[in-house]
Design a binder for this molecule. Sequence first.
Ligand SMILES: *Cc1c(COP(=O)(O)O)cnc(C)c1O
Length: 381
Amino acid sequence: MRNRIYLDNAATTPLAPEVLQEMMPYLTECFGNPSGVYATGREARRALEAARERTAKAIGAEKQEIYFTSGGSESDNWAVFGAAAAGRGRHIITSAIEHHAVLRPCRQLEKQGYEVTFLPVDGTGRVDPADVERAVRADTALISIMTANNEIGTLQPVAEIGAIARERGIPFHTDAVQALGAVPLDMRTMPVDLLSISAHKFHGPRGIGALYIRRGIRIEPLIRGGAQERGLRAGTENLPGAVGLGKAAEEAVRDLESRTERIRALRDLLIDGIREALPEARLNGDPVNRLPGNVHFSFPGADGEALLLRMDLAGIACSGGSACTSGSTEISHVLTALGQDPESARGGLRMTLGDRTTEAEIRETLRTLIPLVRELRGTFR
Ligand SMILES: *Cc1c(COP(=O)(O)O)cnc(C)c1O
């Protein structure tokens, strides 16, 4: 059984038919290993390098600066561990609201003797560049601050933070997994040294992503054992995945302005509709510096989990403010970092819109959600 309305595009997006079409030959007849010296291998190599070129173009990078990985999580892990191992120092700066693929590697490094500064955020989820400036030390090996948050959609001042990093000669990594296809990314003008992307967040296939590594920036490999990806990421290349990533990235940045404008208008329709009907509802995240497709509300007094289940029963897929991990409800580290008490952090609801979201779906979502919140009000403490 499927949901009629899909509002969880921050979790994953459907594979676009035109992306699948480009991948098809590499899932079937063109199966060669790009390392092979025979014709089929050479054909595979050409396709891999064309995909690298397309991916690079989408973010204003050079082809040689794109390294294929298994996705956003690997790219984040690689940036953190790889920069730490490159030996510049024993200190890392990040924020309290990063994706776990950045936070957990940082915690791991702490166990290995590194010191990590987890910067706080303000009530809207923004990192203050002045805090970054103050946290910098002579032995800072990496600054890692995400471009856009996956839960509350807040956009960070990455240009300012990157400028601070550059001035001090510290590598700057940004997790842009939510940002590609939502906000412009241009490595020619952005002071970013390492950038993570993942294809399945913009209508590409799962299990493929990339780490952009600016020319001249040195990081250690995470996966060793082969000469692939210029000796920095071992493993037989995921050729169909790479082809899919290249095509999806190209499509994601095409008509970026008009595409995101449409989504932004639908987002505001949903936000305004909720605010009008439910004055107690609190919009989480930054109202202005926000991903075009992100809507995240807390409904005081309403049990977020019950709300999520009832939305699902009504055919609408969205996501909660807390993640259910092995049976126990874990309160979001992002909402906690905003200064919310655990009680209201449990009442969060995230609805993320995408290219396929329609106005009719948003109106139906409002018609479903509003009476549900009214009904559930008072069910939680
Ligand atoms: C989804 C996501 C990831 C993880 O990407 P995968 O390709 O699923 O491993 C990392 N960071 C952010 C911000 C994400 O939204």
